[in-house]
Design a protein around this ligand. Structure first.
Ligand SMILES: *Cc1c(COP(=O)(O)O)cnc(C)c1O
Length: 761
C-alpha cells in the first residue's frame, strides 16, 4: 500500500476531530489488525469494531510504532500519539478508500453476483496479466471492509484494477458503488439460491446490479439479459456456445470460463493467446481439503490463499482437533508481500506447532517433511505457489474404488472393426446409458476425436447432455419420445421414427415451426420385435414422406436379435428382410439414404456382406463380444478397489450381516471398499464372487454389504491400502458377468456413478 498522505491530509479527508501532534508526518499503510503491522512509522491504525474491538488494541499498535489512530471512542495513549476521532471508523476507512480511488483514472472492473467471483477474478487476472499491470482484491475479500482495503491497493504502477464486491442485504450496494465507482463490471448472477435477506430473486438481482449504475459496460451471460435490462445497465452479453471451440466444457465451471474469455477478448487479448492460456487456468479449490495421507499422516491441504482469516481458520482446525498429537505447519510465503511475511509466521508461531517449515521463492520442501509420520500436517500457501502441487505427493496415491478405461484399447477396437468393413461403410457408435456406463461425455469426445462418423443414444435427454458437453457429431436418437420434439430440434438431434402416428406428429410439429428438410431415421422391424415399422408399412411411409417437405430420410435401419448365435440362420433371415425394404426405398428416392443393420456382433461376421452404408457398434468398442478373442479385441475396462482393514477370524466366529459365514478354522479376512451399491452384487456373497489380490484369488466371505465386502486372504501377503482387482487381467469381464448370471452390458452399466472413472491414454 502506498497512500501518499500526511496526518493533516487524512484528518481533512475524514473530516474528524483531530488531535495531531505532528501534521506533516507521512502515511503509506492502513492497519486494522495489530498482527499485521510491519511499518509502524508510516502506518495509521483504524480501530474497527468487528468481532474484536480495535479500540482494545491501540496500545499494542502503539508499541509496534503506530503514532496515528482513527477511533470512535476515547482511548488512552501516550502523549506523542495523534488521534482522529470519527463517528464510525469503518465508514471513515471507506471514505478514505473512496478518496484514494478518485486519484486513479485507469479502468476499475468490479465483479459481483452470488457465485464464482473469486474464480472469475483470478482467471481474468491470469488471462490479461501480460497486457495490463493488474491490481486486484488480494483476498477473496468482498465485504464492505474488503472492498475498501482492495481499493487502497490501487497504485501508480498499475493500469487496471479488479475488485470483488458483495452484499448481504438490500441497501448495501449504494455505498459500495459510490466507493468503488467501477468503470467496467462483471455480473455472475445469483445462482440457484438467493440470499434470505432479499425479497425474491428479482430484488436480489436488482440490488446487486446497483453496482454498475454508472459503469460503462457490464459483462454477463445472456441468461441475465432481463435483470440487466430491468436495471437499465449497459450490458455486453455472451453465451457458452460462443466459446465452445475453447473447450470450455472441460471445465467444472464452463460458464465462468465463457465469461472471462469474453471479457479478455473485449480487452484485446487475441484468440490465439486465449486458446493457449485457457488450458492453464489455475484450479481454485475453494475449501480446505483434509485427507489421510501416507505414513499415517493427516494432511490438511489449504493451498488456496494465504490471507489471515483463512490462515487462522486452518490453524484452529488443526490445533483444536485431537486426531494427531504432532502438529506440523508448512507454509509457503513466496506470494506474500514482503511486509506481511513476518506477521504471518508470527501468527503460526503463536499456535506453537511441533515443527514449522517456511518456504519462500525456491519452493523446495525440506527432506524432513517427507519423513514425517503420524503427524497432522497443514500445508498453507497461495494457489499460485508450487505447494498445491507438492501436497499431492502426500496423498495416498490410491483411489478407493475406481474403474479405468483404456482409450488405446478403444481406438484399437475401432480399428479392428474398420478392417472388417468395406471402406465406404461408416461407423456409428451407440453411446446410450452414459456410453455403456463409462461416463457421460468422455468417451463420446474421444470417439469424435478419432474420427467416428455418428453417435447414437436411446433417449433425447442423453442427446442433449452430449450437446451440452460440446459433442458436435450427428446424434441419432433411437427411442424418440413424442414430447421431446422441441429438444430434438433445439439441440440438432436426429430422431428415429418407428410408427406412422409418430411420423405424422413430427411432420405437423415441423410444419408448425416452419422447418423443412429435417433429417430423420426410419426403424424397421425384421425380427427383434421391439421398435419399428413393419415391412408392410413401406408404401404408406414413402407416400407420406413424398407429400411433405418437412422431413428428409437420412437413414433406414433395423436391429439384429440373435447376432451372437453361432447358428447364423436367424440373422441371415433378418438381413434378407432388410434387403427388401432397402430395395423399396432405393427405388422410391433419388437422394442417398444410409442403410444399416449390423451391431458389434453382426459387424464381426457380416461386415463385408451386410455392412451396407453404416454399422452401429456398441459393446465391441469396449472389447466384450462373444468373438472378442478371435477378433483380437482388447478389453478396455479395469475395475479396482482397495483394502481398508485386515482381521483375524477365530474358529466359530461369524462374518457380516446375517452371520451367513462361520469360520471352521482360523482365517484372515480383508474388508474391501466396494459393495452392492457400487455394482458388486449381493449375489456374489459367500464364495460365489472372487477378487484378485497380489497374485491370488480371494473368495467373498459372508454377505456382500452395501459399501463393503469381506474376502478371505488367509493365503495372501497383503496389507491395508493394497490394490484389489474386481475386473481386469485375472478376473475377466466374462468370468465376472457369468458369476453374476448376466452379460457384460449389464455389468458395465451397473457400476454406480459414485465409482470414480479414470480414462487412460
Ligand atoms: C445398443 C444398440 C446397438 C449396439 O449394440 P451392441 O450389441 O452393443 O453392438 C446397435 N443398434 C441399436 C439399435 C442398439 O440399441
Amino acid at each position: 500500500m502506498k497512500l501518499n498522505l500526511t496526518y493533516q491530509l487524512l484528518a481533512e479527508i475524514l473530516d474528524g476531530e483531530a488531535h495531531l501532534q505532528i501534521k506533516d508526518a507521512e502515511i503509506d499503510v492502513v492497519y486494522y489488525d495489530t498482527r499485521l503491522i510491519s511499518q509502524g512509522q508510516k502506518g495509521v491504525f483504524f480501530a474497527l469494531q468487528g468481532h474484536k474491538n480495535g479500540h482494545d488494541y491501540v496500545k499494542e499498535a502503539y508499541e509496534k510504532g503506530i503514532r496515528l489512530f482513527v477511533v470512535s471512542k476515547t482511548v488512552d495513549l501516550p502523549d506523542d500519539a495523534s488521534i482522529i476521532t470519527v463517528e464510525n471508523t469503518l465508514s471513515a476507512l471507506q471514505t478514505l478508500a473512496k478518496h484514494h480511488r478518485t486519484r486513479f483514472s485507469y479502468p476499475v472492473l468490479a465483479i459481483t453476483g452470488s457465485v464464482g467471483k473469486t474464480t472469475i477474478k483470478e482467471w481474468l487476472y491470469y488471462l490479461i496479466n501480460d497486457h495490463f499491470t493488474v491490481v486486484r482484491s488480494p483476498k477473496s475479500y468482498n465485504s464492505q471492509l474488503g472492498a475498501a482495503l482492495s481499493l487502497l491497493e490501487l497504485n501508480d504502477e498499475s493500469n487496471f484494477a479488479i475488485i470483488e464486491a458483495d452484499i448481504s442485504k438490500p441497501g448495501e450496494m449504494e455505498l459500495l458503488e459510490d466507493m468503488i465507482a467501477p468503470t467496467l463490471g462483471i455480473y455472475t448472477g445469483v445462482g440457484k439460491f438467493y440470499a434470505e435477506n432479499f425479497n425474491g430473486v428479482k430484488e436480489h438481482h436488482a440490488e446487486q446490479l446497483k453496482l454498475f449504475k454508472h459503469a460503462n459496460i457490464c459483462f454477463a451471460l445472456e441468461e441475465y439479459a432481463s435483470p440487466l435490462r430491468r436495471s437499465k445497465i449497459n450490458a455486453d452479453l455472451t453465451t457458452m456456445d460462443q466459446w465452445k471451440d475453447f473447450d470450455i466444457y472441460d471445465f467444472t465451471f464452463p460458464k465462468n470460463a465463457a465469461l472471462v474469455l469474453h471479457v479478455a477478448d473485449f480487452l484485446g487479448v487475441h484468440n490465439k493467446e486465449l486458446k493457449e492460456k485457457i488450458l492453464e487456468l489455475p484450479v481454485l479449490p475453494n475449501r480446505m481439503e483434509v485427507f489421510e495421507g501416507q505414513n499415517g499422516n493427516l494432511i490438511i491441504n489449504d493451498t488456496y490463499n494465504i490471507d489471515i482469516d483463512a490462515l487462522e481458520q486452518a490453524l484452529n482446525y488443526q490445533f483444536f482437533s485431537n486426531e494427531r498429537q504432532e502438529k506440523v505447519v508448512v507454509i509457503d510465503v513466496s506470494y506474500v508481500d514482503e511486509d506481511r511475511r513476518d506477521s504471518i509466521t508470527e501468527i503460526v508461531k503463536s499456535f506453537d506447532p511441533s515443527q514449522l517449515f517456511v518456504l519462500d521463492e525456491d519452493n523446495v520442501l525440506p527432506e524432513e517433511v517427507y519423513k514425517l509420520k503420524n503427524a497432522s500436517i497443514l500445508f498453507k500457501g497461495s494457489f499460485r505457489s508450487n505447494l498445491s502441487k507438492l501436497v499431492q505427493r502426500f496423498k495416498n496415491r490410491k483411489h478407493e474404488t475406481w474403474v479405468e478405461f483404456n482409450l488405446k484399447a478403444i481406438q484399437h477396437n475401432i480399428d479392428v472393426y474398420r478392417s472388417k468393413l468395406p471402406q465406404t461403410t461408416k461407423l456409428l457408435v451407440m453411446v446410450k446409458a452414459s456410453s455403456y456406463g463409462t461416463g457421460d461425455a468422455n468417451i463420446p469426445h474421444f470417439l469424435q476425436q478419432i474420427g467416428v462418423d455418428y453417435l447414437g443414444v436411446a433417449y433425447t435427454d442423453e442427446g442433449t447432455t452430449l450437446r451440452e458437453r460440446g459433442v458436435s457429431l450427428p446424434i441419432l436418437i433411437m427411442n424418440t419420445e413424442m414430447n421431446a420434439f422441441d429438444d430434438i430440434v433445439n439441440f440438432c438431434l436426429e430422431p428415429s421414427i418407428f410408427s406412422l402416428d409418430q411420423l405424422n406428429a413430427f411432420i405437423s410439429y415441423l410444419d408448425s415451426k416452419g422447418l423443412d428438410d429435417y433429417p430423420i431415421h426410419l426403424t424397421f422391424e425384421t425380427g427383434m420385435n421391439r421398435l419399428g415399422f413393419y415391412p408392410e408399412d413401406v408404401e404408406g411411409i414413402i407416400d407420406t414422406i413424398k407429400n411433405t417437405k418437412t422431413v428428409r430420410v437420412k437413414s433406414v435401419y433395423s436391429h439384429l436379435a440373435d447376432a451372437d448365435n453361432v447358428d447364423t440362420e436367424y440373422t441371415r433371415s433378418q438381413i434378407d428382410k432388410f434387403g427388401v425394404i432397402r430395395t423399396a426405398f432405393k427405388a422410391a428416392f433419388d437422394q442417398p439414404i444410409t442403410f444399416h443393420i449390423l451391431n458389434s456382433e453382426g459387424a464381426s461376421i457380416f461386415g463385408q456382406e451386410a455392412g451396407f452404408d453404416m454399422v452401429r457398434l456398441g459393446i465391441g468398442v469396449f472389447g466384450y463380444t462373444s468373438r472378442a478373442e478371435k477378433d483380437e479385441l482388447r478389453p478396455c475396462l479395469k475395475w479396482k478397489t482397495t483394502i481398508s482393514q485386515i482381521k483375524t477370524i477365530e474358529p466359530g466366529e461369524t462374518v457380516g450381516y446375517g452371520r451367513t459365514f462361520k469360520a471352521e478354522e482360523k482365517i484372515q479376512i480383508a474388508t474391501l471398499r466396494i459393495g452392492y451399491a457400487d455394482g458388486f452384487r449381493r449375489s456374489l456373497s459367500n464364495g460365489v464372487g472372487e477378487v484378485f489380490i497380489n497374485g491370488q484369488r480371494c473368495p467373498v466371505v459372508g454377505n456382500v454389504c452395501m459399501d463393503m465386502t469381506m474376502v478371505d486372504i488367509s493365503n495372501v501377503d497383503c496389507e491395508p491400502e493394497d490394490e484389489v482387482e474386481i475386473i481386469g487381467e485375472n478376473i475377466t469381464m466374462q468370468e465376472f458377468s457369468e458369476k453374476m448370471d448376466t452379460i457384460s452390458y449389464e455389468v458395465m452399466t451397473s457400476i454406480n456413478k459414485r465409482v470414480a472413472r479414470l480414462y487412460v491414454r
